[in-house]
Design a protein around this ligand. Structure first.
Ligand code: TYD
Length: 221
């Protein structure tokens, strides 16, 4: 039986997901009884991290959008089986940096893999394991790519950072479409505002979904 809370963070490049995940994890750990697990995609298990290295090095690019979607999904299956499902069964907060919406957006942005086929792939991959809450950190792609470049320093761009600006603009629209289609699950957060404000917006959305217990009760479980 599933008792945990599954929260995913999505968005384009340089939106500040990792910082915000760290902050939410710290806030949850400070005040709550539940275990907090932080993980990421592609990755999270040794096998999925190996697939990550292949994909982000651009070695699977020739497979095309659908082929890459299959690899992301294979990594996701291992991650769900070994990390996500067990953590949710233990009752943990599971915070994941990217998940299935990234496949919908990144592999769907160019139209090379149709929405229907990606939706079917998602359904069989997730097998019922769906996020309770998804934060879409929204930012104009020009700003995001500039931030990602600063963060990167001298290192080269990865498989997706190197795509043209038009791709990143399409990606942003894909994420906003997902949020419009599933407003109960997805919260769009303006990631161009100061870091503290973003953290505040994220934390208050969590409080709204899972309200604090009445005064006198010990913890917000
Ligand atoms: P990462 O370094 O984690 O990027 P970021 O810091 O922007 O999250 O690399 C993950 C990259 O893989 C990122 O460019 C998005 C892409 N990706 C997909 O294309 N499809 C997917 O399903 C996932 C999970 C990620």
């Amino acid at each position: 039986m599933r008792k945990g809370r599954f929260i995913t963070f999505e968005g384009g490049e340089g939106a500040g997901k990792s910082t915000q995940i760290r902050r939410l994890a710290a806030a949850l750990r400070a005040g709550h009884a539940r275990e907090v697990v932080v993980t990421r995609e592609p990755g999270g298990t040794p096998l999925a991290e190996r697939l990550r290295a292949i994909i982000l090095a651009g070695k699977a690019r020739d497979l095309g959008d659908f082929g890459e979607a299959l690899l992301f999904s294979a990594a996701r299956i291992d991650h769900i089986d070994r990390i996500i499902r067990p953590a949710l069964a233990r009752g943990a907060y599971l915070l994941c940096d990217r998940f299935a919406d990234s496949t919908r957006a990144y592999q769907g942005a160019r139209g090379g893999a149709g929405e229907d086929i990606l939706a079917t792939l998602e359904r069989v991959t997730l097998d019922g394991v769906r996020p309770d809450l998804t934060f879409i950190l929204d930012l104009p792609p020009e700003i995001g790519l500039e931030r990602a470049e600063k963060r990167r320093g001298q290192g080269g761009v990865d498989r997706f950072e190197g795509e043209a600006l038009a791709f990143h603009a399409a990606l942003r629209e894909k994420f906003l479409d997902i949020a419009r289609a599933e407003p109960d699950r997805c919260k769009v957060i303006d990631a161009s505002t100061p870091e503290d404000e973003v953290a505040e917006a994220i934390f208050s959305a969590c409080l709204k979904k899972w309200p604090l217990p009445a005064l006198g009760e010990k913890q917000w479980a």
